[in-house]
Design a protein around this ligand. Sequence first.
Ligand code: MN
Length: 367
Amino acid sequence: MTAPEPTFPPTQAPQPTTGGRQGYLRIATEEAFATPEILKLWLGLLDDPTFDDPGFRSLWSFYGTATAERPRFVLQSLQDLGEGRLAAMDKAGIDRAILSLTSPGAQPLRKDIAKQQATLANDQLAQACKRHPDRFSGLTAVAPQDPEYSAREIERGKNELGFHGVIINSHTQGEYLDDPKFWPIFEAAQALDTPIYLHPNTAPKNFIQPMLEAGLDGAIWGFAVETGTHLLRLITKGVFDRFPRLKMVVGHLGEALPFWMYRLDYMHGATVRSGRYEAMKPIECRPSEYLKRNVWVTTSGMAWAPAIMFCRDVLGPDRVLYAMDYPYEYLVDEVRWQDDLPLTTAEKKQFYQTNAETVFGLPKGDA
Ligand code: MN
């Protein structure tokens, strides 16, 4: 028995092209790459019997070693910062890709190795952006294992390498960024006015088992549960009171949190008033207000008009940005469906182009 294929909406939209003839440029904001060096280290972790991260094993034994067509394509395309990637962008009408070191980046590695690998990935990405300045922009990879290093690397990324934000692949070996020991990272990002893209990771081992045993640990569900929980912890633990100008970008239409806004506000208020948890103290705003003040969401892997329109409605049209999630997600028709959103050309320009230019501080495009 084979699984039924999903049904896709009909579209009359033309095949997408680059150059802006439809009235806007398309900027894809969650596009992944990997260095050969870090892939080799990850595959080494799979061979290390003492490495105890079942989510990492589940994800990277698939993408790293499976022989099926899709994981082969992903593994090869992640390492392409040249012609193959540009051809894929051309075919999908993507004018600019904001590139980031794929999950989990340097975060599962030993601290000293993690720092070397983040620095190396940033150097390689900066060279690729320099070779294709009109097509590629970059985000700075960090090693949260060393928050002071990470803060310095964020500054190097912005001021020396020309990057436009920071990529953090959610938890670091089971630790979350609401722990004040990580806050030098937020201090640097806020001071430099550069956004942090909080990208999914597989859940840590004390969180993953019921999802893993049902095959739900990956992009189908587990990523959103883990990363949505991370973002919610940042909100409820008061990170955005301490860093009110911090900008967070979150993929997959906000990892389900926009859909929960009413319940988050209601239950957060009730829980704080109950005094039930030492960890849940009063904060200055309702959870939904931080989502509308400090968070931008992208459409990676969520090319679904009702959900996109809902997020524009409840977060605001300046909060929702286009992303493809190449090479994990590469379906040219997803661009056509988003070209078909019930929006004016000016609104689509905001969605595809100017929101990204504003949040990431990109050079303004011509379309
Ligand atoms: Mn992604």
